[in-house]
Write a protein that binds this ligand. Structure first.
Ligand code: FES
Length: 101
């Protein structure tokens, strides 16, 4: 594995109590697998995908964060994942899926 150029964090809703929240209930684990498969299909060797604990923006779930850009996306589905990967490839931002600040 090479050092990633982009790290996609998909909220897995993990909490210290063991409870799982909104993003998990909205199929974020399947979303993580979709990101991994699609990144591989696109040959994005520098993209790593990881699951996280609750990122405390549950109302926007499923939540996805891209580093090093620090871009936060909400209500991410497969269409949004495609747009996010397009943005990574083109060094842009998938504006329509950004969580409002
Ligand atoms: S469960 Fe995903 S942000 Fe809280």
């Amino acid at each position: 594995m090479i050092k990633p150029t982009h790290h996609i964090f998909v909220c897995g809703s993990f909490r210290p109590t063991g409870a799982q929240g909104v993003c998990h209930k909205k199929e974020s684990s399947a979303l993580l697998q979709y990101f991994e498969q699609e990144a591989a299909d696109r040959g994005l060797d520098g993209v790593m995908v990881s699951s996280t604990g609750c990122m405390k923006l549950c109302d926007h779930g499923p939540v996805v964060v891209i580093y090093p850009q620090g871009t936060w996306y909400g209500k991410v589905d497969e269409d949004a994942a495609d747009a996010i990967l397009d943005a990574i490839e083109n060094d842009t931002v998938a504006e329509e899926f950004l969580i409002p600040s």
